[in-house]
Design a protein around this ligand. Structure first.
Ligand code: TA6
Length: 298
């Protein structure tokens, strides 16, 4: 049929603009496919179950981490029942067809999440999330809006992160990945546990011991580039209101321990994840915040 937004039995919403197309899983409002210039730009493990029947986060695409990034803080009972990266990535979002729009120039698909019984059992504060997946001729814009409702009685604290798994071009492996500009930024190294290290390299590669890299770069420039040694292709990531950037690949050895990862799957992607990691953002009743990223290519 000619409906702009195709719903599948698998709980996904797909749409196209010219030769580009996007698929979003209602589980997590996770973007699980972005085809641009006849190439799939995102990585998803073949062991991932994108349906809403399966309760696990999708291994790949662009999971939305909210209201926490990584393990939740342990010093406040508010976070006591949260899992790593929060509940947004495992909750079933609503596709808001009425607010979604389509023209020859762009397609905008709007997804929303509000507290339901499952969420209320792990998170007591009211909130409203709106996620806009905006397909343009040469880019994909992802934007997360957080609102603390006007009648809320407490301020709403959160971290937010778009955990993008970028598929590497055919024939490229993670040790060839180059990310810039991260020069002179402070970062936490989650592999060694070192805090606030200064990044001395002009261009950062992921060629660390055992191929593992897991770093939170603070106050990163808003325009970041993923390039590859010996190649001309590039991914441009432009972030907005997400001050930090996480760079992650577990490497071959740790990759084997990820149970929803297919064999050698970790060789096929690099995660570059714009985020608001510290300090937490606080919204008072009636306030809202919006942050996101735009993905394009050169
Ligand atoms: O963003 C990087 C990171 O926090 C890593 O530390 C690693 O744990 C990764 O995310 C994946 O987390 P997950 O809960 O999806 O297995």
């Amino acid at each position: 049929d000619d409906l702009p937004f195709q719903r599948s039995a698998d709980d996904t919403v797909s749409f196209t603009l010219g030769a580009s197309s996007v698929t979003v899983a209602l589980k997590g409002a996770t973007v699980i496919s972005y085809i641009h210039d006849a190439q799939e730009r995102l990585f998803v493990s073949s062991k991932a179950d994108v349906s809403t029947r399966d309760p696990n986060a999708i291994r790949g695409g662009v999971p939305v981490c909210w209201p926490v990034f990584g393990p939740p803080p342990t010093d406040n009972s508010l976070y006591a029942k949260l899992k790593q990266h929060g509940f947004a990535r495992t909750s079933v979002w609503t596709f808001d067809q009425d607010r979604s729009t389509e023209s020859n120039q762009e397609v905008k698909a709007v997804f929303t999440l509000q507290p339901n019984d499952a969420i209320r059992s792990v998170w007591t504060l009211p909130f409203a999330l709106t996620y806009t997946v905006h397909l343009l001729p040469y880019s994909l814009r992802l934007s997360l809006q957080v609102e603390n409702p006007a009648d809320a009685v407490a301020s709403l604290p959160f971290q937010a992160l778009l955990h993008a798994y970028f598929r590497l071009p055919e024939g490229v492996l993670p040790p060839q990945v180059l990310v810039s500009p991260l020069h002179n930024l402070a970062y936490n190294d989650k592999v060694t546990g070192e805090q606030k290290v200064n990044e001395g390299r002009k261009v950062v590669d992921v060629d660390g011991p055992k191929g593992e890299v897991d770093r939170v770069y603070f106050r990163a420039p808003d325009e970041l580039t993923i390039a590859y040694k010996g190649r001309t292709e590039m991914v441009k990531v432009k972030k907005t209101n997400l001050p930090d950037a996480v760079l992650w690949n577990p490497g071959p050895e740790k990759g084997k321990t990820i149970k929803d990862m297919h064999e050698n799957g970790v060789d096929s992607y690099i995660c570059l994840e714009p985020g608001l990691t510290e300090p937490f953002q606080y919204l008072e009743a009636g306030q809202s915040w919006e942050g996101g990223m735009e993905i394009s290519f050169a």
